[in-house]
Design a protein around this ligand. Structure first.
Ligand code: ADP
Length: 336
């Protein structure tokens, strides 16, 4: 009950009352509904929160699990990408791309070390073999002189290989290591052709050098000479008697394109993407001398000059190597 009192006169008190039963029923019903609704909402919010947190953390957990497996030695492992396109998917995709790159680099390093080991073992075995035979059967001074000569020859081959590898590393370290000289590229190529002409003629090959009088270019003379020599040497080496080798220059205002074409054994489509890798040699050319570093060095030199080198070929018919070089080494010329 709600009751009001009022003193009307000293002897009269007025008392008025109202029954509160209906209000109490309403409040009780309201309390019941409020508690039930709030309990339901709190449970629902906790459930949704837990689900969202799990969903977010599960992606990070997948990355962590993959990283743990990789550190345990399974480099082929990748984080599953759920195609939701959210931040976790982006993290997983970037992580997988990084792993792909690391795996490729490790495979390349392994192949290079295998090749170095293989290419070092053969000459060292030969040097040891010759020394052993001379020691056990050699009688005359002549035998020992032959052993010394053969050792020098093998050592020269080894030194050539080691020096070429060092040169590739140095060249790959960037344009700053190059000297920036003003070169007449056309004259440089003409000289190289003259130098290789006797070798080509001895092999029964015709050689054409179709270059302009002057072709100005800024770069490292020694490096460019080395690159052209490697390409000419290959063209002559891999072209059988009766074939031809042609060198030409095409240029515009910003770049110069040197093409070296031969009518040689060609390169199969399987080998073509790999010939610029260190130590890679196509099967059909194993009978020829070489260590498989010439084209790697040529490409490193072209790239150090902010250019590039590409090869096209028709097996058993022809090969063309195209070197594209910007005329100036200034940094506004990007790699092709
Ligand atoms: P190599 O010392 O074997 O010549 P390179 O790096 O210069 O090494 O060349 C790699 C491989 O590419 C060669 O072994 C050869 O199989 C192939 N090649 C390069 N130039 C030519 C060419 N002009 N014609 C055919 N094959 C070529």
């Amino acid at each position: 009950m709600r009751i009001l009192y009022a003193m009307i006169s000293p002897s009269i008190i007025l008392q008025v009352g109202q029954a509160m039963e209906s209000y109490s029923r309403f409040l009780d019903a309201f309390k019941g509904i409020f508690i039930a609704t709030m309990t339901f909402l709190i449970v629902l919010a906790a459930g949704v929160g837990w689900f969202m947190a799990r969903r977010a953390v599960s992606g990070v957990e997948a990355v962590t699990r993959t990283a743990q497996k990789i550190s345990g030695g399974i480099l082929e492992e990748r984080v599953p990408v759920k195609a939701r396109g959210d931040e976790i998917d982006q993290l997983a995709t970037t992580f997988n791309q990084m792993l792909d790159r690391i795996q490729t680099l490790l495979t390349e390093i392994k192949e290079i070390s295998d090749n170095i080991a293989h290419d070092l073992r053969s000459p060292v075995t030969r040097i040891r073999g010759v020394a052993e035979v001379t020691l056990t059967t050699g009688k005359s001074l002549n035998d020992y002189e032959n052993m010394a000569a053969s050792t020098i020859e093998e050592c020269d081959r080894l030194l050539d290989m080691i020096n070429t590898m060092l040169m590739i590393s140095k060249t790959e370290s960037g344009v700053d290591k190059l000297s920036h000289e003003e070169i007449n590229l056309a004259a440089l190529i003409r000289e190289a052709c003259e130098l290789f002409k006797p070798t080509a003629e001895d092999k029964g090959l015709s050689m054409r050098c179709d270059v302009p009088e002057v072709s100005p270019f800024i770069g490292d003379t020694q490096m460019i000479q080395r690159m052209i020599s490697n390409l000419l040497d290959n063209a002559i080496k891999y072209t059988p008697s009766g074939g031809s080798v042609a060198v030409s220059i095409n240029e515009n205002e910003t770049q110069v394109v040197v093409s070296i074409e031969d009518t040689g054994c060609g390169i199969s489509p399987n080998d073509l993407p790999r010939i610029f890798e260190r130590f890679y040699r196509c099967d059909q050319s194993r009978s020829q001398p070489g260590i498989g570093l010439g084209l790697s060095l040529a490409r490193a030199i072209a790239r150090a000059h902010r250019g590039n080198i590409a090869a096209t070929s028709i097996p058993n018919q022809e090969s063309t190597f195209t070197v594209t070089l910007p005329k100036s080494l200034s940094s506004d010329h990007r790699r092709q």
